[in-house]
Design a protein around this ligand. Structure first.
Ligand SMILES: CC(C)(COP(=O)(O)OP(=O)(O)OC[C@H]1O[C@@H](n2cnc3c(N)ncnc32)[C@H](O)[C@@H]1OP(=O)(O)O)[C@@H](O)C(=O)NCCC(=O)NCCS
Length: 179
């Protein structure tokens, strides 16, 4: 049943702005990666912060960027996943990926480019992602324990930490309960 959701609702959401006069949230496209790529490394760095760990090397960072790009491209081909892109004046400036493969949809990524952090785009992407989930469905996310900004953002969006779960203390699993 979850598989019926993505395409059906995305068609309605196209061309709809979820943030007043600013960002437009739409379905992602392959060419969005071209616009996002230049700043993807800087954008996802906060997602990889682990308390007490050394900074990522250039090689590590390049590998992670490549894996995010691959996840984006793969999600575009997978009808069970939604890729949403936020754009401003026609330029992609953030994205989210929600995977509906499991009974609990998974927010695999939500990323805004550095100059848009704090500007409301993340909230617009989150609101759109939630609207793509079936009514009353929870939504899960995994976040690095050192990523305090993201954790605050998710808490503000009704995500709560799951007590049971990962043995990795550097990882926080959170779940949003419908409100
Ligand atoms: C996570 C992300 C999408 C949130 O977008 P954003 O534009 O920063 O979100 P907002 O500004 O709406 O919310 C961030 C909140 O964290 C708060 N904050 C900032 N630094 C903080 C810190 N060190 N500790 C705790 N809270 C912090 C902000 O004050 C803001 O709170 P408030 O507006 O409720 O007062 C964005 O920061 C991002 O792209 N990060 C990199 C990718 C990532 O980490 N993604 C999440 C895992 S997939």
């Amino acid at each position: 049943m979850a598989r019926a959701w993505p395409g059906a609702i995305l068609d309605d959401m196209d061309c709809k702005s979820t943030s007043p006069d600013r960002y437009r949230i739409r379905t992602g496209r392959a060419e969005d990666l071209d616009a996002l790529r230049a700043k993807l490394d800087e954008a996802i760095r906060p997602a990889l912060v682990e308390p007490g760990c050394r900074p990522l090397s250039g090689h590590d960072s390049a590998c992670i960027v490549a894996s995010v790009e691959a996840a984006f491209a793969q999600a575009l081909r997978d009808r069970r996943q939604n890729v949403l892109v936020g754009e401003l004046h026609g330029l992609a400036c953030g994205f989210s990926i929600v995977d509906h493969s499991d009974p609990v949809p998974d927010l695999r990524w939500i990323v805004v480019l550095p100059e848009h952090v704090g500007g409301g785009l993340a909230q617009a992407l989150m609101d759109a992602a939630v609207r793509l989930c079936p009514p009353n469905a929870p939504l899960s996310v995994v976040v690095s324990a050192g990523n305090r900004r993201a954790i605050h953002f998710f808490r503000r969006n009704h995500f709560v930490e799951k007590s049971a779960g990962s043995r990795l203390r550097s990882i926080v699993r959170m779940r949003r309960q419908p409100v």
